[in-house]
Design a protein around this ligand. Structure first.
Ligand SMILES: *[C@@H]1O[C@H](CO)[C@@H](O)[C@H](O)[C@H]1NC(C)=O
Ligand SMILES: *[C@@H]1O[C@H](CO)[C@@H](O)[C@H](O)[C@H]1NC(C)=O
Ligand SMILES: *[C@@H]1O[C@H](CO)[C@@H](O)[C@H](O)[C@H]1NC(C)=O
Ligand SMILES: *[C@@H]1O[C@H](CO)[C@@H](O)[C@H](O)[C@H]1NC(C)=O
Ligand SMILES: *[C@@H]1O[C@H](CO)[C@@H](O)[C@H](O)[C@H]1NC(C)=O
Ligand SMILES: *[C@@H]1O[C@H](CO)[C@@H](O)[C@H](O)[C@H]1NC(C)=O
Ligand SMILES: *[C@@H]1O[C@H](CO)[C@@H](O)[C@H](O)[C@H]1NC(C)=O
Ligand SMILES: *[C@@H]1O[C@H](CO)[C@@H](O)[C@H](O)[C@H]1NC(C)=O
Ligand SMILES: *[C@@H]1O[C@H](CO)[C@@H](O)[C@H](O)[C@H]1NC(C)=O
Ligand SMILES: *[C@@H]1O[C@H](CO)[C@@H](O)[C@H](O)[C@H]1NC(C)=O
Length: 736
């Protein structure tokens, strides 16, 4: 089996999966999922490690014991673990108490390649895993042919030890073993990061070998597991666990759900990743590090959302259904726009799915898993995603009248505070914009609401999104109204607030005025005025109004200095920079120099961040991947463009490679070439000149129509020193 796999990964020259390292960014907070999956696959099969001190967000940890190998996981998330549902665990010997939270130590080092995962337990059992989009396959190799068992634990979930009240619950389930060799059942689970109510997962499976015995069990509380002689165990509440144990006399046991061999499931996965994802970007670069960063990043950004079309819960619809959006707060900045470029067909389906979720659940999701919206960290950022898709021409079967209605719901109707979020009890984090009462009445948000200042800057951007779509649909009154509202971030602008010699910051405020706040404080969380970022960063959030923002900050020269100081180690009074590469709110900061006529500094800063904070190691990500958000930031850095979500604008910096071709679908391509660089983006990175579609270009930005709508070419001439090549107009600031 293993020899066969080695052959697969070396045989074909065009097998780009060889450059994907599934363990990249799995540790140090990256939380990447290393198991087996398909692009947008609902099943992500992988190991679940138990360590009583560490949350295993994607199931995997480098340490701990195996509590199981389960079918469902998220990719790269933080906060609190989700899924780890329906698990199997191979066990040797007499399994007298199967539902007693058994764990087995790990032996050796886990191995993985695209579509394949392998681990060995301390009992000497080798577990190999692969997946199709909605099924998993487990292959067990036991050290000898006696006393071999597989436990199927319906009650297994990934636990959380952080004490935030966001631990998942198992709420009951059942499993029945049938005479024809298959088993089926359902598990009911709840909570996790998005505070979901009970949701039900139905499963079925069978073993290729016939079991010498099979037994179903229940266990209540901490008492010993009880065998259910009927072969069908069932529990109506979470206090009773449910599972089954199958015993085998063969040493190789395959557990699967379809009549396909293990090796063909793996090779199908490799082929699907090559054709649908990895071949979308090709380059002449041969540097192993760069190729690993490129193809691993492409891989990890396609693990969620999951295409669950046909499985939409509680309503029947012919629209596509995608979920596991974890979260738009992370992804709207540069992830969703790259998704549109690389996966136009899926992206149209994703947009239709969002609108269908609004039709049936009442609101667009800012985040969604286990078929439930939540949690909303800032604004209703699906608005930004819809606006971005709208202005870049996503039409097809999208019903934009309903899309716009969904956005108006976000902008006008306060969601009920149900469920109450224990970490932010003041207002709903389920969906919508729960600080709307202030936003509509005052045009700013008072401390009645948690995260008031960071929500205000995001609500302004959301209103700009409504302006964009309303304009396009010819709703001129609405357009004017929302353009006006999109400027309300200015109401939080305290011109007198100073920090490190700079004046003017977005600050908390109430009806009697501004409230003093440490604008360097980057440690805010759910109940603080700023969420997961400092005022230094959030003050730059509303780029739709950039020209006005620059005026408020005392003009171009001051803003250049102000951005510069954000990259000076220790400027904030402690080690590290004000610029925070570990989280999404500051994603745009290194690129904002383009608005100041200093494109060269965008190149310098953003490349410094990309090369220093992203590496190929297991700790290679600066923070949580967040559904691939981090990886999409890196990919845009390699490409040489950065999207301004909600507008057709792309800021130009500089590409890494001497050649890169992006397949845009429908036989269209964007070809990016450069001469004079080192071919790898480490030196000679400054732009000397640029041609767009063969014509000399002097702007530091371009639009969707320039190179994406019909394809195009970008020809860069690079060199070691900055050259002032951008005499053209500055990037647009439509709200200024
Ligand atoms: C892992 O299993 C071993 C052997 O059963 C046990 O000694 C150890 O405490 C377990 N570790 C954890 C983190 O559960
Ligand atoms: C079966 O495997 C176990 C675990 O490796 C080992 O302890 C035992 O000696 C083996 N038994 C036989 C008969 O080979
Ligand atoms: C489970 O056991 C029952 C009775 O012992 C048998 O009829 C059935 O075929 C077994 N099923 C499996 C999947 O082993
Ligand atoms: C198992 O549980 C599911 C979900 O609650 C339910 O729909 C199904 O009828 C149950 N099956 C059995 C055999 O109890
Ligand atoms: C297994 O873990 C659960 C959840 O932590 C706990 O409620 C239960 O008592 C444990 N069971 C045993 C047998 O230790
Ligand atoms: C490959 O790229 C890495 C990272 O950019 C660089 O450090 C290394 O020198 C490059 N190797 C070669 C052979 O160019
Ligand atoms: C999403 O899943 C549905 C149902 O399996 C399928 O018809 C559709 O083609 C999938 N979308 C993409 C982009 O693969
Ligand atoms: C814009 O907002 C200002 C101040 O909030 C208000 O006076 C004005 O009427 C608004 N204009 C429109 C077109 O809504
Ligand atoms: C404001 O900008 C002007 C012109 O660049 C500069 O001379 C002055 O020092 C700036 N003031 C502050 C407080 O930054
Ligand atoms: C770049 O050149 C333009 C005119 O071509 C000039 O307006 C601008 O100030 C120059 N910028 C810098 C940073 O020198």
């Amino acid at each position: 089996m293993v020899a066969g796999l080695a052959l697969l990964t070396t045989a074909a020259a065009e097998d780009l999966t060889q450059h994907v390292d599934p363990f990249m960014g799995t540790e140090g907070g990256g939380n990447n999922f290393p198991g087996a999956a398909r692009p947008f696959g609902m099943v992500k099969i992988g190991p679940d490690l138990f360590d009583s001190k560490s949350d295993a967000y994607s199931g995997y940890l480098p340490q701990g014991n195996f509590s199981g190998f389960s079918l469902m996981h998220e990719q790269g998330t933080g906060g609190a673990p989700k899924y780890g549902t329906v698990s199997q665990l191979p066990l040797i010997g007499d399994v007298s108490d199967p539902l007693s939270n058994i764990t087995v130590p790990r032996s050796g080092t886990d191995e993985a390649s695209v579509g394949y995962y392998k681990a060995t337990t301390g009992e000497g059992v080798t577990v190999e895993l692969s997946a199709s989009s909605r099924a998993g396959i487990f292959q067990y190799t036991f050290p000898n042919a006696s006393s071999n068992n597989v436990l199927v634990d319906v009650s297994h979930v990934l636990p959380s030890f952080r004490g935030q009240g966001l631990g998942q619950g198992y709420e009951g389930g059942n499993i029945t073993v049938f005479g024809d060799g298959h088993y089926e059942g359902a598990g009911v689970y709840n909570n996790g990061w998005n505070e979901a109510p009970d949701w039900t997962l139905y499963f079925c499976g069978y073993f290729e070998s016939s079991a010498t015995s099979n037994k179903t069990y229940t266990a209540t509380g901490s008492s010993k597991s009880t065998e259910d002689p009927s072969g069908a165990a069932s529990a109506s509440s979470g206090s009773t666990r449910v599972g089954a144990v199958f015993a085998f006399s063969e040493s190789t046991v395959v557990s699967r759900v379809a009549k396909t061999s293990f090796s063909s499931v793996v090779s199908d996965a490799v082929s699907e990743w090559n054709t649908k994802v990895l071949s979308k970007i090709t380059t002449d670069n041969t540097n192993a590090t760069s190729l690993s960063l490129l193809y691993s990043s492409l891989y990890f950004m396609h693990l969620i959302p999951t295409n669950q079309t046909g499985e939409n819960p509680g309503w029947s619809s012919s629209e596509p259904y995608y979920q596991d959006i974890f979260t738009f707060w992370d992804l709207f900045r540069c992830g969703t726009s790259l998704m549109q470029v690389l996966q136009p067909a899926s992206y149209e389906e994703q947009i239709r799915s969002l609108i269908d979720i609004y039709r049936h659940d009442g609101y667009l999701p800012d985040a969604r898993s286990s078929n439930y919206n939540g949690r909303t960290q800032g604004g209703s950022n699906a608005d930004n995603v819809l606006a971005d898709a709208y202005v870049k021409g996503v039409r097809g079967a999208v019903n934009w009248d309903d899309g716009y209605k969904a956005m108006v719901q976000d902008a006008e109707v306060t969601p009920p505070n149900d469920p109450v979020d224990p970490m932010a009890p003041d207002s709903s984090t389920h969906d919508g914009r729960s600080a709307l009462p202030d936003w509509i009445q005052y045009g700013y948000i008072t401390p009645t609401f948690s995260r008031a200042a960071s929500r205000a800057v995001e609500y302004a951007a959301n209103d700009f999104a409504l302006y964009q779509v309303a304009s396009g649909l010819g709703k001129d009154d609405d357009a004017q109204k929302y353009l006006n509202r999109s400027r309300n971030w200015r109401n939080h602008w305290n011109p007198a607030k100073t920090s490190l010699g700079f004046s003017g910051f977005v600050v908390p405020r109430d009806t009697s005025g501004f409230i003093d706040y440490d604008v360097l404080n980057a440690g805010g969380y759910w109940t603080d005025p700023f969420y997961e970022g400092s005022s230094w960063g959030y003050s730059f959030a509303d780029v739709h109004d950039m020209k006005h923002m620059i005026e408020l900050m005392n003009g171009t020269d001051t803003v250049v200095s102000r951005l510069n100081i954000m990259f000076v180690d220790g400027a904030k009074g402690s080690s590290g920079t004000i610029f925070d590469p570990t989280n999404e709110p500051m994603f745009n900061i290194p690129y904002l120099y383009n608005y100041l006529g200093r494109q060269d500094l965008s190149v310098e800063r953003s490349r410094q961040v990309a090369k220093a904070d992203y590496t190929t190691g297991v700790t290679g990500l600066p923070g949580n991947s967040d559904a691939g958000a981090m990886q999409t930031w890196l990919l845009w850095n390699m490409i040489g463009l950065y999207p301004i979500t909600g507008q057709t604008t792309f800021l130009i910096h500089s590409p890494w490679f001497s050649s890169m071709t992006i397949d845009l679908g429908d036989s269209k391509t964007l070809k990016i070439t450069s001469t004079g660089g080192d071919g790898n983006g480490d030196s000679n990175i400054q732009v000397q000149s640029l041609k767009v579609n063969g014509k000399t270009w002097t702007k530091s930005w371009l639009t969707w129509d320039d190179v994406f709508a019909q394809g195009g070419t970008l020809e860069f001439e690079l060199g070691p020193t900055a050259k002032n090549w951008t005499s053209g107009e500055l990037p647009p600031s439509p709200a200024s």
